[in-house]
Design a protein around this ligand. Structure first.
Ligand SMILES: [Zn+2]
Length: 138
């Protein structure tokens, strides 16, 4: 039982359990941001570009029940528009991220070619290690 408790303690206090808990909390908060983005920005844009209210039902005989294809089509079209807008936002964000990155600076050369034997030698060398020629200072 003592071993079990110590194992449990090790498990519960493991770094990745805390990381996971934080990840879940951040994830929930991020979900709120996505919902707010949808409600505050994307829905008005959808409404602006003509909205998508499809009305229509197909009555099912005399039962009083009906197939509400209008509501269904509205949901499908709004989903496609939202996916399109989100796709554009993600594409723009990725482009911004790329702009922020600086190209890797090229490493300074550490070797040069001996002008007499064409071997690779250290850039600071004043005498070639291969042909023993005296080299002019670079
Ligand atoms: Zn040489």
């Amino acid at each position: 039982m003592k071993k079990f408790m110590s194992e449990f303690k090790e498990f519960a206090l493991k770094g990745n359990v805390m990381d996971m808990a934080i990840g879940v909390i951040i994830g929930a908060a991020f979900g709120n941001i996505v919902t707010a983005l949808t409600d505050c920005f994307i829905q008005p844009i959808i409404a602006l570009i003509g909205g998508t209210e499809v009305h229509g039902t197909i009555p099912l005989g005399n039962s009083g029940q009906a197939l509400d294809y209008g509501t269904f089509l509205t949901a499908v079209i709004n989903f496609i528009i939202m996916a399109l807008i989100l796709f554009c936002i993600i594409k723009a964000t990725n482009k911004l991220m790329e702009l922020g990155k600086k190209p890797e600076p090229k490493a300074a050369p550490t070797t040069k070619k001996c002008p007499y034997c064409l071997s690779e030698i250290p850039i600071e060398a004043t005498k070639c290690a291969h042909c023993t020629s005296d080299l002019p200072k670079a």
